[in-house]
Design a protein around this ligand. Structure first.
Ligand SMILES: Cc1cc2nc3c(=O)[nH]c(=O)nc-3n(C[C@H](O)[C@H](O)[C@H](O)COP(=O)(O)OP(=O)(O)OC[C@H]3O[C@@H](n4cnc5c(N)ncnc54)[C@H](O)[C@@H]3O)c2cc1C
Length: 385
């Protein structure tokens, strides 16, 4: 990217993802939401175009692209269905964590099938008693020879029950972040089971369940990096995950804005198109402006993560907060512009609002994003920037 424009390659990648979303996601998104259908086959088609392991290295089948490329792809996919795009984002995060922290043997063992989505990945950090305070997690892994014996429960796990690979943060040592390690746990391991399908406000095209570990024996060979590295691994995965979920909000909101524009040009009130009402024009102008600001900033944060700048984590937190808040507000305003029809499922707007709401909660709540930014600001004391 030159400072504010995309390269020809980036435009081509984005357009490929936009076409995929228009042809393969948008026509089915309402039905998948209603029937709570997780479209694994369609995600595998996305994988065949390189969208399941976008920033995983190419020697194991990844696309070897940048975080900015990923942001473009997730925004584009989310114009068709934010929920499916968001699941692909989680899967991408899981693949990258194995790519970044796994040994050569682990990379060769797990990644080729994750890259094609022959196997599907889930990320297991949250527990019933710890969400924002993730370092308080209690799922315990006790060493027994060349295995760990894992006991505990992970809550709210996206893809659980369908996924084949569970990248799981467990406690192997003392309390706090330094006692946490990361294990790659396979679905068919005895003692692994799943809670009931959660009933949710949105994100219905992907399953959410608890993952339950009862004396699950996991080979030590499935641990990513050294004991005690797990919290660092989990958080570094989330830097990119936050950009991606922000991008999903931008794509959902862009689709809602486009629908609102089309509707406003069509709908008549008081003898003219509602698009001719200046109050509504100003609302549309603000929606477009705020979306563009959030998008520009998200690209900046993605470029910082690509360049591994010291402020990348803070910028990713800022971008996640801004893109998911803006995305939700824009989608909600788009619903308002549709009047009563916006509240009806057939118009596709209320689904976008429901889907985007959870982006303000997961991958770290937007309060936690403020905490990350504030820690950096206040932690600097009276040193100027
Ligand atoms: C649909 C869905 C899918 C999910 N998928 C996954 C997944 O795949 N893997 C996974 O590991 N997790 C997943 N999550 C869990 C998600 O990441 C957590 O819900 C989230 O991190 C918040 O944790 P919590 O729900 O325990 O809320 P809490 O941490 O209990 O927070 C409650 C409220 O307190 C606020 N709060 C907490 N601490 C502070 C603080 N220090 N300062 C200010 N405010 C604070 C929070 O912002 C929030 O508003 C998913 C959640 C949902 C709803």
């Amino acid at each position: 990217m030159t400072q504010f424009s995309l390269t020809e390659d980036q435009i081509a990648v984005r357009d490929m993802a936009l076409a995929f979303a228009a042809d393969n996601l948008a026509p089915h998104a309402l039905e998948w939401d209603e029937k709570k259908h997780f479209p694994v086959d369609v995600m595998r088609e996305a994988a065949s175009l390189g969208m399941a392991a976008i920033y995983t290295r190419d020697d194991v089948g990844g696309s070897g692209m940048t975080r900015l490329d990923a942001a473009l792809i997730f925004e584009a996919l989310a114009t068709g269905c934010p929920t499916v795009s968001a699941y692909l984002s989680i899967h991408n995060m899981v693949a990258w964590m194995i790519d970044r922290y796994g040994s050569d043997e682990q990379r060769q063992r797990f990644l080729p099938s994750l890259c094609t989505m022959e196997t599907i990945g889930s990320y297991c950090l949250t527990e019933p008693g710890s969400g924002s305070d993730a370092a308080a997690l209690k799922t315990k892994a006790v060493r027994d020879g060349d295995h760990y014996v894992v006991n505990g429960v992970k809550q709210f796990i996206s893809g659980a029950g369908v996924s084949d690979i569970y990248v799981t943060m467990v406690r192997t040592g003392e309390e706090g972040p330094s006692g946490i390690s990361t294990l790659v746990i396979e679905k068919d391991t005895p003692g692994l089971s799943f809670g009931a399908l959660e009933k949710k406000m949105g994100w219905n095209a992907q399953p959410t369940r608890a993952v339950i570990f009862e004396d699950v024996r996991v080979p030590v060979d499935n641990r990513l990096a050294a004991e005690g590295m797990g919290f660092k691994i989990a958080m570094s995965g989330l830097d990119g995950g936050r950009l991606n979920i922000g991008a999903c909000s931008l794509g959902g909101a862009q689709a809602a804005l486009d629908k609102a524009l089309a509707y406003a040009n069509d709908r008549k009130a008081f003898g003219k198109r509602i698009a001719d009402l200046q109050a509504l024009q100003f609302k549309l102008a603000d929606m477009a402006t705020e979306l563009e600001c959030a998008r520009t900033f998200l690209w900046r944060a993605a470029s910082a993560l690509d360049a591994k700048t010291p402020d990348a984590t803070k910028l990713c937190a800022m971008a996640k907060r801004m893109a998911t808040d803006t995305g939700f507000e824009v989608a909600n305003q788009a619903l308002q512009i549709h009047g009563g029809y916006g509240y009806l499922a057939d118009y596709g707007i209320e689904k976008i609002v429901r889907d985007l709401r959870v982006h303000q909660i997961l991958e770290g709540t937007n309060e936690i994003m403020r905490l990350i930014v504030a820690r950096d600001l206040v932690g600097r004391g009276n040193q100027p920037r």
